[in-house]
Design a binder for this molecule. Structure first.
Ligand code: UDP
Length: 238
């Protein structure tokens, strides 16, 4: 285990797409099922979560359509906070104690991001959800997942994916011959330009020796299994 904590500690990255169930906004049925999966593992493992926001806005897409990139990225970050609140609600309905920490201050809805406090919550068995990304334009929530995992000394970054069950040697949605890779190094993933996770996140993990596991959210039970340590999807490490 990293650091001083005695239980397994994971940083789970959930993409915004997962929250929308394929459409804009939050699909409560999907988030509630996800929350139950997380709850099934939460008594045994310390769980911190970084939520994406692609089901609302992606800054790069809005800027291609004429918006100022920085402002569009802030909209993207605010979207992640809505996902964080939705997830918090369903996690609490599933019986868990939770805290949302936001990288942009909005003290009525979330605590500010205070890493030491996040660690205390985890030690007390609370699930901590990190919203608003890094609070910085030009970053992605994948990169934030890597950064938060390092700062709270998680054992692994778990990247849950929609519609794909790991890292492939080519895009499986466009190339039916693409092959799934069980294990790959960060160096190889970067050299091959694999885009399943963004390159900044890969390099941050590579430079700081943080392992990553990329796995599919389907079938049901996968998220629980990955949190508990099952060998699913693709392990990326040095
Ligand atoms: N974003 C940002 N800084 C961050 C994290 C996110 O500017 O630290 C913005 C960015 O515009 C991004 C959007 O928030 O497109 C949503 O996050 P992301 O695309 O990573 O979500 P996901 O693809 O995981 O749903």
């Amino acid at each position: 285990m990293n650091g001083t904590h005695t239980r397994r500690r994971v940083l789970l990255k959930l993409s915004g797409e997962a929250f929308g169930g394929g459409s804009l906004g939050v699909n409560p049925d999907v988030v509630s099922a996800l929350a139950r999966e997380i709850a099934d593992a939460a008594t045994q493992v310390e769980i911190a979560i970084v939520v994406g926001g692609g089901n609302f806005f992606r800054g790069a897409e809005l800027s291609q359509r004429g918006m100022d990139r920085g402002r569009a990225d802030y909209m993207g970050m605010l979207g992640t906070v809505m996902n964080a609140l939705a997830l918090q609600d369903f996690l609490e309905q599933a019986g868990l104690e939770t805290r949302v920490q936001s990288a942009i201050s909005m003290t009525q809805v979330a605590e500010p991001y205070i890493p030491r406090k996040a660690e205390r919550h985890l030690e007390k068995g609370r699930v901590v959800i990190f919203g608003a990304g890094a609070g910085l334009p030009y970053f992605s929530t994948d990169t934030v997942a890597a950064q938060r995992a390092l700062e709270i000394e998680a054992d692994v970054v778990l990247v849950a994916k929609n519609g794909v069950d790991g890292v492939y040697d080519d895009d499986p949605r466009t190339n039916p011959d693409a092959k799934k890779i069980d294990r790959i190094t960060y160096q190889e993933a970067l050299q091959q330009g694999l885009k399943v996770v963004d390159s900044t996140a890969f390099s941050l993990c590579m430079d700081n020796d943080m392992p990553m596991q990329v796995f599919g959210m389907e079938p049901a039970g996968n998220v629980t299994a990955a949190i508990l340590g099952a060998d699913l999807g693709t392990v990326v490490s040095n």
